[in-house]
Write a protein that binds this ligand. Structure first.
Ligand SMILES: [Zn+2]
Length: 267
């Protein structure tokens, strides 16, 4: 059974939910996609009953605080399990070169040597480049540069064991250069910072983010079956599912998924 475990759904400055990150899981093992900004990665993994010894693959999309900083806690937790003799095999962190440097630097600054000594031996980096294909758990993952104008960022696409195509576009709007990855996706993970009707309140375009309307128009044009919207503001959190679904419905006739933290999506 392939599922998505949603660990966080918010944008950078949220306080009512965690930053956007999730796992793709095959039942036993979990491919972690981004880590959010802090220690809540550990509590949300625990709440979803995901043990550190079930995570051996982590992807970091880009170097913003709300995506990368949680890796420090993952490294520390994995290193502690290694010390305790409870972690088999290695942890592989997939990211581009600048992020490898950043993770090494912050680890050296913030973690004790007893943890960082495993970096390079049991905790290893795998550099990714545009269009590179890597086999991770059960899946052949194609990573691609999402063409961010702010900072180099990667998304990915893969075909699940059940034959469905899943594509993650990171935390920026769909770019036409990603067409081959997003077109005809069964599941498109597209950020939606806020409702279009509230764009004057949240100003998504200044931050180079999309609205629900934009995301759903893209999903419609790309013939997507399910859109998953995340990386949102949190002022509407209690009504978010309904408000975002209602707006999205006007522009897209496929299935709209607006997950809350700790939701599980069966693929
Ligand atoms: Zn972000």
């Amino acid at each position: 059974m392939e599922v998505i475990n949603i660990l966080g759904t918010g944008s950078a400055m949220v306080t009512k939910c965690y930053n956007t990150c999730f796992t793709i899981s095959n039942g036993k093992e979990h491919f972690l996609v981004d880590t959010g900004g802090g220690n809540t990665i550990l509590s949300n993994l625990e709440k979803l009953d995901i043990g550190m010894d079930q995570i051996h693959n982590v992807f970091i999309s880009h170097r913003h605080n709300d995506h990368i900083s949680g890796i420090i806690w993952v490294i520390r937790a994995v290193a502690q399990q290694i010390i305790n003799g409870k972690y088999d095999n290695n942890l592989t962190i997939y990211c581009h070169k600048e992020n490898i440097d950043a993770i090494n630097t912050i680890s050296d600054l913030l973690l004790d040597k007893k943890f960082t000594k495993y970096i390079g031996t049991r905790i290893i980096f795998r550099e990714i480049n545009d269009k590179c294909k890597l086999s991770i758990l059960d899946w052949n993952i194609k990573f691609f540069d999402i063409r961010s104008t702010k900072q180099l960022q990667f998304g990915f696409s893969t075909i699940l064991k059940n034959g469905k195509k899943i594509t993650f576009l990171g935390d920026e709007p769909y770019n036409e250069k990603s067409f081959e990855y997003a077109n005809n996706a069964d599941y498109l993970f597209h950020e939606a910072f806020c409702l279009f009707s509230q764009k004057d309140i949240f100003k998504p375009y200044e931050k180079h983010h999309a609205t629900v309307k934009d995301a759903c128009e893209n999903a419609s044009r790309l013939n997507v079956k399910n859109i998953v919207m995340y990386h949102t503001e949190d002022k509407n959190i209690t009504q978010r599912k309904k408000l975002y679904t209602d707006e999205g419905r006007k522009f897209y006739s496929g299935n709209i998924i607006v997950p809350d933290d700790l939701d599980i999506i069966e693929l």
